[in-house]
Design a protein around this ligand. Structure first.
Ligand code: NAD
Length: 375
């Protein structure tokens, strides 16, 4: 078995470390920073605090980033970078601001719209401005991945762009920034971490270093996510979930995600189910499928290594966790008709689906969506 491992992001982990942005930027030789953050952080005062603490290193801000960022937002952000002669970018927020910032920090160095590279197969130029990623959710792991997931809402398209140039230069994981996450965001983003760990592990692109990372991250989620959900100021649970999110990011960025992520794209795009919740919706279903099919012994081993009797018991635990945290376990309320199910099947046939160890046919997807719809 041949494999390569690369992890180029300098990681700074610990409470209160968000104030180190200016030192890190100086170390990187950067000047004239742009802060990219979601609107929540401008209201909460965190964006203002970060700009103030940068002591002039951050000279402008961009706050028009919505959940599941749109290609138009990336283009607008890139235009600010060009106009203001920006030298580096700081992304503060969940996966949405981080992914918007990654794409903008690259495309701003071209005259192009990001649309040229989104879901088109055109390779993104690797040249980019340095990015310092500061996550505020414990979910995506985007701070250490070379992926930017963007939506083109006008064309009902959500797809990742992968580029070596998307790796941030540095990541600051400050667990204190996650304390303000409401329970539903904690739950959804926490299940996203579990999806990254499990999918990274069983992906056809799996490899030994990522396997070990995936097991550690999954174990942390089963142990701490419910505590963080129940008690948002549980410092230990928050810190461990940040650790899990970061490590799951490292576990999937090279092997890539698989079936649950492929199915999440239409569920988010068409039915507006938040990203993590949409991934978690099919996770236990695919654990059962993958445990029975080709490579099933690896899924069984994963379950046993993190403390379950077998994969079936792990799938039950995922379902139980979703129920306890008020996450969606089915699609019954949507009352999907046959055409809508056929559309879900068609759009789930996303490249990530082909990383799944078991070949997923249209018939299998149809059966799953009917089961989840109570049909
Ligand atoms: P998000 O960034 O979309 O944020 C969700 C909501 O939580 C927003 O309303 C935001 O304001 C709020 N929020 C975030 N942090 C908060 C905090 N500390 N306190 C209070 N509110 C807070 O959520 P996400 O799940 O982190 O990111 C999802 C996006 O990331 C999706 O587009 C998904 O496809 C993408 N993603 C990217 C990667 C990658 O490797 N690039 C991996 C997985 C997912």
């Amino acid at each position: 078995m041949n494999w390569d491992y690369l992890q180029p992001v300098k990681i700074h982990f610990g409470k209160g470390r968000v104030k180190e942005i200016k030192e890190i930027a100086r170390e990187l030789g950067c000047e004239r920073g742009l802060l990219v953050a979601g609107p929540f952080f401008f209201k909460s005062g965190l964006a203002e605090k970060v700009i103030k603490e940068s002591e002039g290193m951050i000279v402008a801000s961009f706050g028009d980033v919505s959940p599941n960022p749109d290609v138009a937002e990336v283009d607008a952000c890139a235009e600010v970078i060009r106009q203001k002669n920006i030298g580096f970018v700081v992304a503060l927020g969940g996966g949405s601001p981080m992914d918007c910032a990654k794409a903008a920090a690259s495309v701003a160095l071209t005259p192009d719209s990001i649309r040229k590279y989104h879901g088109t197969g055109v390779a993104m130029p690797e040249k980019h401005l340095p990015l310092i990623a500061v996550p505020t959710t414990a979910g995506t792991g985007s701070e250490v991945t070379c992926v930017s997931v963007l939506s083109d809402h006008a064309n009902e398209k959500k797809a990742p762009i992968v580029s070596e140039g998307f790796y941030p230069a540095a990541a600051i994981i400050d667990p204190e920034l996650t304390y303000t996450m409401p329970p539903q965001v904690t739950a959804g983003t926490g299940i996203d971490v579990l999806s990254h760990a499990i999918e990274g592990y069983w992906s056809k692109g799996h490899q030994p270093i990522c396997d070990v990372l995936a097991m550690h991250a999954a174990e942390m989620v089963f142990k701490y996510v419910y505590r963080a959900y129940r008690k948002p100021d549980d410092e230990e649970a928050r810190e461990k979930m940040c650790e899990a999110s970061l490590i799951a990011g490292l576990a999937f960025t090279l092997p890539k995600t698989t079936s649950s992520h492929a199915c999440s794209f239409p569920l988010t795009n068409i039915y507006h189910i938040p990203h993590g919740e949409a991934c978690g919706l099919t996770l236990d279903y695919f654990i059962r499928i993958n445990a029975k099919g080709e490579g099933g012994e690896r899924v069984e081993e994963f379950a046993r290594r993190i403390g379950f009797k077998d994969a079936e018991e792990m799938a039950d635990a995922v379902l139980e966790l979703k129920k306890k945290m008020g996450l969606r376990c089915d699609l019954k309320d949507l009352e999907l008709d046959d055409d809508q199910i056929a559309e879900l099947v068609r759009i789930s046939r996303h490249p990530n689906l082909y990383n799944n160890p078991v070949e997923i046919t249209d018939e299998m997807l149809d059966e799953m969506y009917r089961y989840l719809s109570g049909k």
